[in-house]
Design a binder for this molecule. Structure first.
Ligand SMILES: Cc1cc2nc3c(=O)[nH]c(=O)nc-3n(C[C@H](O)[C@H](O)[C@H](O)COP(=O)(O)OP(=O)(O)OC[C@H]3O[C@@H](n4cnc5c(N)ncnc54)[C@H](O)[C@@H]3O)c2cc1C
Length: 374
């Protein structure tokens, strides 16, 4: 018998596509094929040894997550807002943590000049070229470089400003200036949030409520017009929706989760980013327990260190960095290293991947896939 709709890939994009298809037609016959033995793709919450950690996505800006928030409400799941202190962020500068605001006095001339710089004429350019053109080389290296590393583990000289930071690109196009765009933001943006029970509760809730046929351990090998070869079998379908990872180059990273006894952070905040010029093997550190204190045991500090993929000893590299940057000399009571292989698609200059790679963008992509069948 022919299945009506085949969905390929059981990450949040594929599961969202199934959710929206079911909303359109509760009787739709859907089969989802997933390569791994679990659903969720990069969304993965761990309670290993009783320590709460996310291996993948963890924080979302409420004002930039309309599709994700709508889905969460429909399921419905409980949201956990971030602690107000998570608004503080740091940059490593000459081995010391600094607030970006502390650079403001020296950047004032550059920022004032930015208000009067003409719009760029190119359809797309690298993040580096954009930042140098509108601000300065120094600001590109100090601010745009760690931001690009922190979000995309990528090189600002090759990644696209239009695809990676669409808001900045649009501010230039529509308001003529990044600063003007920043000033036009509403005062209250809703802060950050995550899900009670972790991000994987989104996957569990979708799986429970979808009532579709899910086939795990079923890698797709070939996609034809109305047929797919997967798991050594032919699957016929009237429609095929691919929610497989995009055909883009991608980067890997080490995700190192660490827990320490007691409150060992002298500074609270979201965490810190590390510019390339610091010549460190880590890209940044997320202060998990400071952002969402209720997600772990009390009197415990949980940190996630993003370590460059090339690092042979990620745990040692993470601990060395924390010792030097945060004066954290105590041994951790828990540690784990997860290699996120080819996890982050690289949207290079000229790339056509308009929605981006955030979880919110994946939910939107799922919606677009589902409605493409109408
Ligand atoms: C470490 C890390 C941190 C992140 N942090 C954030 C964050 O804080 N906020 C945010 O918004 N985003 C974040 N992201 C990005 C976001 O998590 C991902 O872009 C998103 O989860 C991708 O979802 P997806 O369903 O499109 O793809 P995936 O999660 O890659 O899902 C694709 C699915 O397809 C399956 N698959 C692959 N090949 C085949 C095949 N041949 N046959 C069958 N199945 C196949 C895979 O096993 C997988 O289950 C982060 C990503 C990583 C890696």
């Amino acid at each position: 018998m022919t299945t009506q709709i085949l969905i390929l890939g059981g990450g949040i994009t594929g599961l969202s596509a199934a959710w929206f298809l079911k909303k359109q037609n509760p009787y739709a016959q859907i089969v989802l094929l997933e390569k791994e033995s679990r659903l969720g793709g990069w969304i993965r919450t761990s309670q290993d040894g009783g320590f709460f950690f996310e291996k993948g996505p963890r924080t979302f800006q409420a004002s930039r997550s309309p599709h994700l928030l709508a889905l969460i409400q429909e399921l419905p799941l409980e949201i956990v807002p971030s602690d107000p202190q998570a608004a503080k962020r740091y940059i490593l500068y000459k081995g010391v943590l600094r607030s970006p605001v502390s650079f403001l006095p020296q950047w004032i001339p550059v920022l004032i000049r930015e208000l009067f710089i003409a719009k760029g004429q190119k359809e797309d350019e690298s993040i580096y070229d954009f930042a140098v053109r509108r601000f300065s080389r120094r600001m590109a290296e100090l601010f745009f470089d760690p931001l690009t590393l922190g979000i995309y583990a990528g090189d600002m000289r090759t990644l696209s400003i239009r695809s990676c930071f669409p808001t900045l690109y649009q501010w230039e196009q529509q308001k003529g200036s990044i600063l003007r765009g920043l000033f036009s933001l509403p005062k209250k943006t809703g802060g950050l949030f995550t899900l009670k029970g972790g991000m994987e509760s989104l996957i569990v809730a979708l799986e429970r409520q979808l009532h579709i046929d899910i086939v795990l351990n079923c890698p797709v090998e070939h996609i034809g017009q109305n047929e797919v070869y997967a798991g050594g079998k032919r699957w016929a379908a009237q429609k095929i929706l691919s929610a497989l990872p995009p055909a883009l180059p991608s980067r890997s990273i080490w995700v190192v989760n660490l827990a320490f006894e007691g409150d060992v952070l002298s500074r609270k905040g979201f965490g810190y980013l590390v510019p390339s010029q610091e010549k460190e093997s880590i890209l940044g550190v997320v202060f998990d327990s400071a952002i969402f204190p209720e997600q772990g045991a009390k009197n415990q500090t949980r940190l996630t260190v993003m370590v460059r993929a090339e690092e042979a000893e990620p745990l040692a590299a993470a601990l060395s960095a924390l010792r030097r940057h945060l004066n954290l000399v105590y041994p951790p009571i828990y540690s784990s290293c997860f290699f996120a292989k080819q996890a982050i698609p690289q949207m290079e200059v000229g790339c056509q991947y308009p929605d981006g790679i955030s979880v919110d963008a994946c939910v939107l992509r799922g919606y677009k896939l589902a409605t493409s069948l109408n």
